[in-house]
Design a protein around this ligand. Structure first.
Ligand code: PRP
Length: 215
């Protein structure tokens, strides 16, 4: 069947994009021009399969997909939960595995147990809010940070943090611990809702091909 229009992928810059391209290569989809490190191009095409790819900041990927600027996106579950966009999450890609956790010094464990009004620093204020308000029914003050969130309890900005834990070494090196686990995370494939209706067969075929190679 002739593919009439490009299917566009938005990939979260960095490790996720690299892993996604490796996965696509396994099913025979390559994009040579994307491998050129000196290139300043932002959009890349695979003419054979009529696919287009672009790299975006992780938190922007669900935005591109919701508005249909990309049909498909690959992004972490953390970003999907935080951004809460109207997109379909269709596949767990099995890489980028880590956990969203409440972390802090051991002495903060008690504050969590007694449901005290504590300060929570996070790059993920929506996830933190949902967890404390809707799941734990604990009123807290949420402070938004943009990175190096572990500093929060170390310098006295907050009692705990809500952050991603992968190996746990950042916590360990800074005298912090996991106090509660919120949810497991990994890279997910998301699809624009209209694209899914209009290009059902093509997108489903692609999902099935990729699914067969997910570990
Ligand atoms: C992430 C996360 C933790 C760290 C966890 O930070 O926010 O700080 O990785 O990894 P680990 O458990 O393997 O030590 P990132 O490197 O993305 O930078 P950031 O702190 O600026 O967000």
């Amino acid at each position: 069947m002739e593919e009439t229009r490009y299917l566009t992928f938005a990939l979260g810059k960095g490790r996720l994009a690299k892993k996604t391209l490796e996965l696509l290569e396994e099913i025979g989809i390559t994009c040579e021009e994307m491998k050129d490190k000196d290139s300043r191009k932002l959009v890349f095409v695979n003419e054979e399969r009529k696919l287009r790819f672009f790299l975006a900041k992780g938190p922007d990927v669900p935005t591109y997909v919701e508005y249909g600027a990309a049909d498909i996106g690959v992004v972490g579950k953390d970003t999907i939960l935080e951004e809460n966009r109207r997109v379909y999450e269709v596949l767990d890609l099995g890489f980028g595995k880590c956990r969203m956790c409440v972390c802090g010094p051991e002495k903060s464990r008690e504050l969590l147990q007694h449901h005290e009004r504590i300060r929570v620093a996070s790059k993920y204020p929506n996830i933190a809010k949902d967890y404390f308000y809707n799941k734990k029914h604990q009123t807290v003050d949420i402070i938004r940070l943009n990175g190096s969130v572990e500093l929060g309890p170390m310098v006295g900005l907050s009692d705990v943090i809500v952050d991603i834990v992968e190996t746990g070494s950042t916590l360990k090196e800074n005298g912090l611990a996991i106090l509660e686990e919120i949810c497991p995370l990994s890279a997910r494939m998301i699809v624009n809702q209209v694209s899914m209706q209009m290009q059902t067969d093509r997108i489903k075929r692609l999902i099935n091909e990729i699914r067969g190679h997910v570990l």
